[in-house]
Design a protein around this ligand. Structure first.
Ligand code: ADE
Ligand code: ZN
Length: 346
């Protein structure tokens, strides 16, 4: 594979539709750890914790994975978190993700968790943070994946709730590297969280936020201008605002795109309608991510495989997406260089 230069470009090589896609080393930058709870693990944890689920079996649960929009998914996503009770539960979920991610070619993962979704149902902050962090602490040795934990705040709750949890995380010395903003987007614009992001920046944390998933392009602008985020999660609706696209291209702002998620949440009708090729063609700094892989039909490798099947991405475009993921990560410069060397050596 040829050397990868900095900056997103679109290949003019002939497409590689006939060749099976090679697994590339990638950084996964948009992943909710609670969205990796596979149905089998949900039932196993429910049994271990003596929790009655409102569905008698796997098939009945799987039948609920027909989402009409973001909120219809969030309702099930939050309900299923009831099975997460102990540090061991959080650790088991994290181990299962890393094991699967390693098979998908993930070499660096920035993992969001939703502390408020656990604290609000009576789980101590230490239980969820320490359960996930205990596994991330040895992720390089155990899975070959470097990791960063991101505390994501629920934008449909008041800002004071997020501030309180952020202060508690800082007070306990939680090993978080960044903060994020997720949950129901429309009606909860980024500016609502100005104080939270200012405090996180002051504490030396990196900043990212979901914007432009279901919400309008103005939410992306607000996340950049008011929150000062370095990265936008999703961001696909930027394509409705040419001036914003130009700004994002000029600044090389990373957009962590999640194609299968967008299809399952009906943000786009089918994968063939997804704006990813247009985003690449526009010169946007996009990467491919799985969001909530247990709910949306696939991990990063599945996202790449289905994109490949529909759009016949060239090897060069796939390498570009992988390189973008590394450049856009919050990893150390040393780790980024290692991963880029790996990519260039293919
Ligand atoms: N929380 C988990 N997945 C999410 C998504 N796709 N959008 C917003 N919040 C989320
Ligand atoms: Zn997300």
């Amino acid at each position: 594979m040829e050397n990868i230069v900095e900056g997103p470009v679109v290949s003019e090589l002939p497409d590689q539709a006939a060749a099976p896609a090679k697994l590339l080393p990638v950084a996964e930058l948009h992943l909710h750890i609670e969205g990796t709870l596979e149905p089998e693990l949900i039932f196993a944890l429910a049994e271990r914790n003596g929790i009655d689920l409102p569905y008698p079996g796997l098939d009945e649960l799987r039948r609920r994975y027909q989402f009409t929009d973001l909120q219809s998914f969030l309702d099930l996503y939050y309900a299923n978190m009831a099975v997460l009770q102990t540090e061991q539960d959080f650790a088991d979920m994290t181990r299962a993700y890393l094991e699967r991610a390693a098979l998908a070619g993930v070499r660096h993962a920035e993992i969001m968790m939703d502390p408020q979704a656990h604290v609000s149902r009576g789980i101590p902050l230490e239980t969820c943070v320490n359960g996930v962090a205990s596994v991330l602490a040895t992720s390089v040795e155990d899975y070959g994946i470097s990791t960063i934990l991101i505390a994501a705040f629920l934008r449909d709750l008041p800002e004071d709730s997020a501030l309180e949890v952020l202060e508690a995380l800082l007070a306990m010395g939680a090993p978080i590297g960044a903060v994020g903003l997720d949950s129901a987007e429309v009606g909860n614009p980024p500016a609502k969280f100005e104080r939270v992001f200012a405090r996180a920046r002051e504490a030396g944390l990196r900043l990212t936020a979901h914007a432009g998933e279901e919400g309008p392009p103005s939410y992306i602008i607000e996340a950049l201008d008011v929150l000062g985020v370095e990265r936008i999660d999703h961001g696909i609706r930027c394509m409705e605002d040419p001036g914003l696209v130009e700004r994002l291209v000029d600044a090389r702002t990373p957009l962590t795109v999640c194609p299968l998620s967008n299809v399952r949440l009906r943000t786009v009708d089918t994968l063939a309608d997804h704006p990813l090729p247009a985003m690449l063609a526009a010169g946007l700094n996009v990467s491919v991510n799985s969001d909530d892989p247990a709910y949306f039909g696939g991990y990063v490798d599945d996202n790449f495989a289905q994109l490949q099947a529909v759009f016949e991405l060239s090897d060069f475009d796939r390498a570009r997406l992988a390189a973008n993921s590394v450049h856009s990560s919050f990893a150390s410069e040393e780790r980024k260089a290692q991963l880029l060397d790996e990519l260039n050596g293919l």
